[in-house]
Design a protein around this ligand. Sequence first.
Ligand code: TYM
Length: 464
Amino acid sequence: MAAPPPTEELPVREAEKKSSTEQEINPWDVQAGQDEQGNTLQFDYVAISQKWATKLIDEVLLQRFERLTGKKPHRWLRRGLFFSHRDFDKILDRYEAGEPFFLYTGRGPSSDALHLGHTIPFTFTKWLQDVFDVPLVIMLTDDEKALFRDGLTFEDTHKFGLHNAKDIIACGFDMKKTFIFSDLEFVSGHFLYNVWEFSKLLPFNQVRGAFGFDGSTNIGRIMFPAVQCAASFATSYPQLWPNYDPKADRSKAIAKIPVLIPMAIDQDPYFRLVRDNSHRMRFPSPKPALIHSKFLTALQGAGGKMSASDPNSAIFMTDTPNQIKNKINKHAFSGGRETLEEHQRLGGIPEVDVAFQYLSYFEDDDAKLLEIETSYRKGTLMTGELKKMAIAMLQEYVKEFQERRKGVTDEVLKGYMTPRELVWKGNPNPVKKEKKSKETKEVKGGEKGVKGDANPTEEKKVES
Ligand code: TYM
């Protein structure tokens, strides 16, 4: 937020003046704003939603989600941690009608291990996959990370990507419905055609505006957005859809299958490019739908984002129970007061308390969380007790993850990373429409038809 200019009544002496800074959010740089005194502010998510013209997720949308799926919205939706979207309502329309769509998310492998923050979009995507019963692609941008980090080679990031993929699998994805790929290995054939076709639609001005590139930026970085963007097209993966025939071009049949992309808000600039240009592809695709999360706070609190490059800012999924305990006790910013007497008199401040923030991610019971919040605010619950609860909760989350991770062998990894026909069912009870939309006819009645498209009745017809 820009600070107001100094007024006549409150002159700011030149020597004391520190200019405030606005928050900066883009895929490679996430910084909170600062006030005039140089204090770091909290991220302002309403401001970023307004600036980028996304829609805030509201009660009406969540109620519709619950009505259609029969599932209570995930606690991260209920609590506004996934707070914003683009066209999520259109994805619900498709789900309601039993029309196909798919999920896409990704990871830029800049280090060996994931931190807790990285698991948020994956854990949420796994939940969406379970609820909607749809195919999912997960992109490992090992090309991106070597291009953007001077110290990393393509060999390094490729290796990190394979490690990260094992961690991602440990978030619980169903192999039958999930394809994970490394850009360095997989971007070829139809995918590569889409990358080049899409790059041809993007004037440098548009990309420079979205990402802040300049004349000294290496051209790999300038080209890379076309790769992350092209992963939004169903036509990049003809192998994943039923009845694949390597000799046939199925682009026309599958181009209209839209995608829903879960991510933290920093990744939005890529997909604005796709939304602006997807209709201009040779086989036009619908605008991708997006659902955005906030950033899991760094241990240091306000305005920080958990980051793999600062080990003290983050809980890693490889941390031991003791490391988790020490990190929270030593580094987690507290909203408690200086003395016991003050804390009891004034109460704690949950909004800035990192242990409380973490509890709000992982405690599923709304009533219990409210009780914790109320007693902390009243000053009857102490910082130490709050931290103890957060420690126990995170130790459990990380332990369960580590147990699943033990089962992810090289063989299992290979299974997820082999391009193959995915198997899913979609909405078991779609609302029958009087007349099928033109789009559905094209997808289903295309060259070979796309089965498994969430309409079992229709599917049987195709098969018989
Ligand atoms: P990467 O590796 O920076 O981050 C992976 C995912 O984690 C999100 N994220 C966080 N979420 C909550 N709290 C945090 N502190 C936090 N830090 C990171 C990111 O937004 C992302 O969703 N270029 C991408 C990889 C990618 C991708 C995608 C991501 C390719 N295609 C499609 C999302 C959707 C990257 O480097 O992500």
